[in-house]
Design a protein around this ligand. Structure first.
Ligand code: NAP
Length: 374
């Protein structure tokens, strides 16, 4: 008997946020288009893009992503690309998400959330994720806010709506951490962790050890798009604290928020202090950690002077690592030598494929014959 052709799932995507990560995700989608179709039976159209200050565009037949990237990088406004057939351009992201479900009339829908991190509330990302789930869309996000402030509420809402809420890109960029534990460590309990999980501060500390200036190193990370839009979030430890809250909530089933993580950044460290540690055969790293004591989980971010043979002490430049302390497997060390935009965009792509794998073939219609501009 002939084997039937696999059903190509046609996903409609809406991008909320189209900054450095959002645009790299868009170009990565195009680069991997053939592989997504051949190996994962996944086709996609981006039917909407919303930004903060650079306009919004929607198109039932899919937006031209190359043009969208060019417009933003030239400082233009995406409103230029909006198709009036999709109604007037939504004026806020909540109506954008609602409209997404109107103009996307087939296939699974996915909201890709990459807006700026707000460390005080996790908004607007928490609200975007909530709105997407309420509209019956899956959500993938690299924003730490949703899982750092409202992970269990959002997971519960997603489960009830039979959609997925995935956030691999929130920690260690593209290296699987959340997915690794969920997919490959069944029954294993994560008892705690220690990690260097902020690339910008590790790059700064490495430069300071070598006699360089912290300000120059930070500027280099800003040029590469690795530092947060507000770089004080890196230097003062907010970014690492947000990631710590994500790891506690997702991997340890904790109920914390970023504000419960004890936090000290690297602003108090001088070149002299970090070089003194090196002279003693040690290194100072910004270490994020969490441990369990009875029912309580406590998390912290602080500079720590480490023995030279500690795996975290061996990390140079932008490298990150996480030591997971488990009940069955002892310690597992996960290292990312090179983090950045491509790695973070990959995490979003990997989450998209996770959703594709979870969609039963019976839930898919054959792809309608509407044109696609991508
Ligand atoms: N950069 C990295 O290497 C990296 C790594 C891991 C995770 N992340 C996380 O990924 C997210 C995006 O980072 P990024 O570097 O791409 O930031 P970015 O370049 O500053 O881009 C943020 C995007 O979000 C848009 N935006 C902000 N507020 C919005 C709102 N209320 N509604 C709609 N759009 C809004 C911005 O639009 P306008 O520009 O028009 O205002 C911009 O398009 C952040 O949460 C960050 O923490 C980044």
């Amino acid at each position: 008997m002939p084997v039937p052709d696999p059903v190509i799932a046609s996903f409609d995507l809406a991008l909320v946020g189209f900054g450095r990560v959002g645009r790299r995700f868009a170009t990565l989608l195009s680069e991997r288009r053939d592989q997504l179709a051949q190996d994962y039976h996944l086709a996609y159209r981006v039917v909407g893009i919303a930004t903060g200050r650079h306009g919004t565009a929607m198109h039932r037949d899919g937006l031209d992503l190359t043009r969208a990237v060019e417009i933003i990088e030239a400082g233009g406004n995406l409103g230029l690309m909006h198709d009036d057939g999709a109604g007037s351009a939504p004026t806020d992201t909540y109506s954008f998400i609602e409209r997404f479900t109107d103009i996307s009339d087939h296939g699974p829908r996915v909201v890709v959330e990459t807006t700026t991190l707000d460390v005080t509330t996790g908004e607007p990302a928490v609200g975007h994720v909530r709105a997407a789930i309420a509209a019956g869309a899956h959500v993938v996000t690299a924003n730490k806010g949703p899982a750092a402030f409202a992970y269990h509420a959002l997971r519960g809402a997603a489960d009830a709506a039979d959609v997925r809420f995935l956030t691999e890109g929130a920690v260690l960029d593209g290296i699987p951490v959340l997915n690794l534990v969920r997919e490959t460590l069944p029954t294993v309990m994560i008892k705690g962790f220690r990690g260097v999980i902020n690339s910008t501060t590790n790059y700064m500390l490495t430069a300071m050890e070598q006699g360089g200036s912290a300000a120059d190193a930070l500027a280099a990370m800003q040029v590469q798009g690795v530092a947060e839009a507000d770089a004080s979030l890196d230097v003062k430890g907010w970014d690492a604290a947000a990631k710590t809250a994500v790891l506690v909530n997702v991997l340890m089933d904790g109920r914390t928020t970023l504000h419960a993580i004890a936090r000290t950044g690297i602003s108090g460290l001088t070149g002299e202090i970090v070089r003194n540690a090196v002279r003693r055969g040690r290194r100072i790293k910004l270490v994020a950690s969490a441990s369990r004591s009875g029912d309580t989980i406590s998390g912290a971010v602080a500079p720590v002077e480490l023995d030279a043979d500690d795996p975290l002490a061996r990390l140079d430049g932008q490298a990150n690592a996480l030591v997971l302390v488990t009940d069955l497997l002892g310690e597992i060390v996960i290292t990312q030598r090179h983090g950045g935009l491509t790695q973070t965009a990959f995490a979003l792509l990997a989450d998209l494929i996770t959703i594709r794998r979870a969609v039963p073939e019976t839930a898919l219609h054959q792809n309608p014959s509407r044109p696609c501009h991508q």
